[in-house]
Design a protein around this ligand. Structure first.
Ligand SMILES: [Zn+2]
Ligand SMILES: [Zn+2]
Length: 221
């Protein structure tokens, strides 16, 4: 019996079965991988061998073990889509292919950070549900995301800049020259008409538009 050892191929099959189930298509005839010419029979044999799927008549469905793995993969993929779309504003076609690589590399810990950072989004940019994680359940209790935009800060709050996502890349060096860079600790002094913040001994004013592009981790106290 020949088995497939390529982890990514198995992952892809698990994801496909998850999506088919979401769309209420469990028939074997829907089970076709788009990306390559993997022999479907061998792939199914591999899934059965690892206890990831079961076949009944013409239906193929995930086992509990298969569901658990697929759920994690789908969660990572859809969170990655959100990250690329919402934070990095990448075009949609790049997002899907890059997100498809991310789900194989993101660790559980990093996944929770990404999810928390994004405010535990319920859906991907295509409107498909993102399976909930441990962090999403905790979220009900402690409501604040780890990282927030400067635009969401309250006057008087202090925070450390995590990163900056400028809509205009040439802006970065300007901001850096003002002391606004990853790692800097700032205090927000005023929000209207412009954002005024203090960094060390310096006071800096920013357009509200730019305040949306600065991400900070809030300081306690
Ligand atoms: Zn999606
Ligand atoms: Zn979460």
């Amino acid at each position: 019996m020949a088995l497939i050892t390529d982890r990514e191929r198995i992952d892809e099959a698990l994801e496909l079965l998850w999506v088919l189930d979401e769309d209420k298509h469990s028939g074997m005839n829907h089970f076709k991988l788009s990306s390559d010419d993997t022999d479907t029979d061998t792939l199914i044999e591999t899934l059965l061998h690892h206890g990831l799927a079961v076949v009944a008549g013409t239906d193929i469905t995930l086992t509990g073990k298969g569901q658990k793995e697929a759920r994690g993969l789908i969660r990572r993929q859809r969170l990655a889509e959100r990250l690329f779309t919402d934070v990095f504003e990448m075009p949609d076609d790049t997002v899907v292919s890059d997100a498809c690589k991310m789900e194989h590399i993101l660790s559980e810990e990093l996944t929770e950070s990404v999810c928390t950072f994004l405010g535990h989004p319920p859906t991907c940019p295509h409107g498909k549900p993102i399976p909930r994680g441990e962090c999403c359940r905790k979220f009900k209790v402690e409501v604040t995301p780890v990282v927030t935009r400067l635009s969401e800060f309250e006057v008087g709050a202090r925070g450390r800049i995590t990163f900056i996502v400028p809509s205009d890349p040439s802006r970065i060096s300007k901001l850096n020259s003002l002391g606004i860079a990853a790692g800097s600790v700032i205090k927000l002094l005023q929000k209207t008409p412009s954002f005024v913040l203090s960094i060390d001994e310096t006071t800096v004013a920013l357009d509200p538009e730019i305040a949306k592009e600065i991400y900070l981790r809030k300081a306690i106290a």
